[in-house]
Design a protein around this ligand. Structure first.
Ligand SMILES: Cc1cc2nc3c(=O)[nH]c(=O)nc-3n(C[C@H](O)[C@H](O)[C@H](O)COP(=O)(O)OP(=O)(O)OC[C@H]3O[C@@H](n4cnc5c(N)ncnc54)[C@H](O)[C@@H]3O)c2cc1C
Length: 422
């Protein structure tokens, strides 16, 4: 078997890269683009992602990618006719009066983001209360509002990107595992897989939490750490008209919120903008398909490190469940009385500076690493796919900054930190 480009991993980065490569390939029979996925699309971090699309970043290079990717996601359904489950609810990032440094950072970020043409505004407590009715914020709180942000359904997005990639001639081999990368004379020559050997001119490893182990077999060790975040869900508050569970949430048009095949009343009930709450340390994102809200921590300092990604324990602690309810209810009190609605454990693949490794692997021509998105990569997927395709096709790389994401930027001894690039 032969591939011009072999992409290893069926998460958002894999399908996006496959799509952008296939779109550049004039003759897929002569220059096959092949994606291998060992389990199913979304079997790694992507399938469990919150897939929140915000542009609020501290680094301009990442904010630009978030901006461009949001444009891509927002127009995708209309352009292609394929569903992503995109919801433009708006995103509110906020800090409290006891956090002068974060308040200042939000102010600086908003000024920088506006210079990049990103639709965002600095908001005070009064404006926050208008945007998220019922929200409890101190008068001195500082927020950044992005009206264009929201989220997609991660698994629908993977399926639709993969479908579009196939329509452009890419092949997706689901249930096929890469078992080794073949190298000769300083150049990648192909791969061993569960369905046999592939010859390949270029190999892109986008294997998320499993990436580090694949490179270790080649004697290469990248500074990657896999940790286990937990998320918990609470049912969304009823709308005021349903009973006394006020406040009435901000109302959205049905086109914005209705899930295909669902009754509108259920789809619009109790939804509110995405909250990224630096004061109470959580993010919250509604899940309209299931009338529930997902909540997670905005840092990963306490997340348990996993030596082996396959050792993930799915059971979520009662402590997390209690913390979720108590913390979200500090902002939106009706959540104190809402039923539990599920939990999820997953993987973040971290780097020391919480930014990804994207680029050629030193010493092995034709081999690329794309991983370490540190819990905030889904929103960047379209830009990453485009940037990696530009690298593979030897074009000027404009969709991302190769120096910023250089896989060789760490010299050892770095401290680990970062809150999703905020
Ligand atoms: C709980 C949670 C919430 C998140 N929320 C957000 C959010 O709100 N917004 C945001 O932007 N980002 C978010 N993220 C981060 C985002 O989801 C990730 O950065 C992104 O999904 C990483 O995608 P990936 O393609 O690099 O890796 P993955 O999705 O992990 O994909 C890797 C794939 O490779 C496959 N694979 C591995 N080894 C092999 C092999 N040997 N052969 C073949 N296939 C192989 C795996 O099965 C897997 O499907 C969240 C992540 C989690 C876990």
């Amino acid at each position: 078997m032969r591939a011009r480009i072999l992409i290893v991993g069926g998460g958002i980065m894999g399908v996006s890269t496959a799509l952008r490569c296939a779109q550049r390939t004039a003759d897929p029979n002569r220059d096959p683009v092949v994606l291998l996925e060992k389990k199913h699309l979304g079997a790694g971090s992507s399938g469990r992602s919150g897939a929140i699309l915000r542009q609020h970043y501290h680094d301009a290079v990442v904010a630009r990618m978030a901006r461009d990717s949001l444009r891509e996601y927002a127009g995708f359904e209309e352009r292609t006719g394929l569903p992503l489950g995109f919801h433009r609810t708006g995103v509110l990032t906020l800090a409290g009066p006891t956090q002068p440094d974060w308040c200042q950072r939000i102010r600086e970020n908003v000024a920088m983001l506006r210079d990049l043409g990103i639709d965002t505004e600095l908001v005070d407590a009064t404006r926050m209360r208008a945007l998220v009715p019922g929200i409890q914020v101190a008068n001195e709180a500082v927020g950044a509002w992005e009206p264009g942000g929201g989220f997609v359904d991660p698994n629908r997005t993977l399926e639709s990107f993969a479908k579009l990639a196939r329509s452009h001639g890419a092949t997706t081999r689901i249930g096929v595992e890469l078992t080794g990368i073949r190298v000769a004379n300083g150049r990648v020559t192909g791969a061993r897989t569960s369905e046999g050997d592939y010859e390949a001119e270029q190999v892109v490893v986008v294997a998320g939490p499993w990436t580090r182990a694949l490179f270790r077999e080649l004697g290469l060790d990248f500074p990657l750490k896999v940790v286990r975040p937990e998320n918990h869900y609470l049912a969304v508050p009823e709308m005021a008209s349903d009973g006394e569970e006020s406040p009435r949430p901000r109302s959205f048009s049905l086109e914005e919120l209705q899930e295909p095949g669902q009754a509108p009343a259920r789809a619009v009930r109790g939804l509110h903008p995405v909250l990224i709450d630096l004061e109470h340390g959580f993010y919250a994102r509604c899940d309209p398909a299931h009338a529930r809200t997902r909540v997670g921590h905005v840092d990963y300092d306490d997340d348990h490190e996993l030596a082996d990604p396959d050792s993930l324990v799915e059971e979520v602690s009662d402590e997390l469940k209690r913390w979720t309810r108590a913390t979200l209810a500090k902002r939106l009190p009706p959540y104190a009385r809402r039923p539990d609605a599920g939990s999820i454990a997953a993987w973040y693949t971290l780097t020391p500076d919480a930014q990804a490794l994207i680029g050629p692997v030193p010493g092995i021509a034709g081999l690329f690493i794309v991983t370490g998105f540190s819990g905030h990569g889904f929103k960047l997927g379209p830009s990453v796919g485009e940037g990696v395709a530009q690298m593979l096709f030897d074009e000027p790389v404009t969709a991302l900054d190769p120096d910023f994401f250089s896989p060789t930027r760490f010299k050892g001894g770095e401290s680990w930190g970062g809150r999703f690039g905020l």
